[in-house]
Write a protein that binds this ligand. Sequence first.
Ligand code: BMP
Length: 263
Amino acid sequence: STKKRAPLSVRMENASCRLNELLYKTMQQKESNLCLAIDFTQKEQILELAKVAAPHVVAIKLHADCITDFDDQFVKELRTIAHNHHCIIFEDRKLADIGAVNILQLKGHQNIAKWADVVTVHAVQGQESIEAFRKVINDDNYCLSGILLIAQLSSKGALTQLDGYTQAARNIGEANRDIVAGFICQTKISDFDDMGHWTPGVNLDAKSDDAGQQWRGANEAIRRQLNDIVIVGRGVTASKNPKEQLERYKREAWNAFIGGDHD
Ligand code: BMP
């Protein structure tokens, strides 16, 4: 897509999905389009970095199933941090089953729907399986207020590159904008103002790891490829000075965002 982004105020007003009202307001208030991926295995490590990161980011992304000592106390403390700093809690579970099982997984042993504002879902299982999320998202007993559909993966040789896959994922998302807040993607794919484009595969100092990940800079991801939100993990989490890196990534990503789509 080559269409420019609409202003955040317009996107907020046009938000079909509850998550996006919160997201665009938070982006504007915090002047941030940064999401930190904290891929640590111990809850204390995660909470410690979450406290440092929360003032700088719009979202904190987790892989709850990587946490070896995950418990209710962790969730409580995480929600408090999120509340105090207006942060979105993002569980990157990448659900990919039939609708009925996706719902069981959302309410399963980690009870994702109770504490996560947003969860990732693959598009591979098809439109009706994705529409099954509506019941949980519309139920006030749950925290979950939207899903992000995986339209493209950042890894080398990802099958999401196969002809038509990304467009098919986009179509499912656009047809369900009340529950699909946007996409995990490498480049802007939707012209609907309210859809958020969240992009992983960003690192300012390295191009790849030894396991298929591909990184590019924030300027490429936001200014050229017109994504909205930068998801960064090891660029911050593997650094000796995470706070300094958070400030650096926040500044780079936000400058690219407000700079528009020109060089
Ligand atoms: P890092 O910046 O350390 O490579 O971390 C990227 C994060 O984004 C990881 O948590 C990974 O699960 C996630 N991610 C990704 O890297 N590529 C995708 O296409 C989708 C993802 O969710």
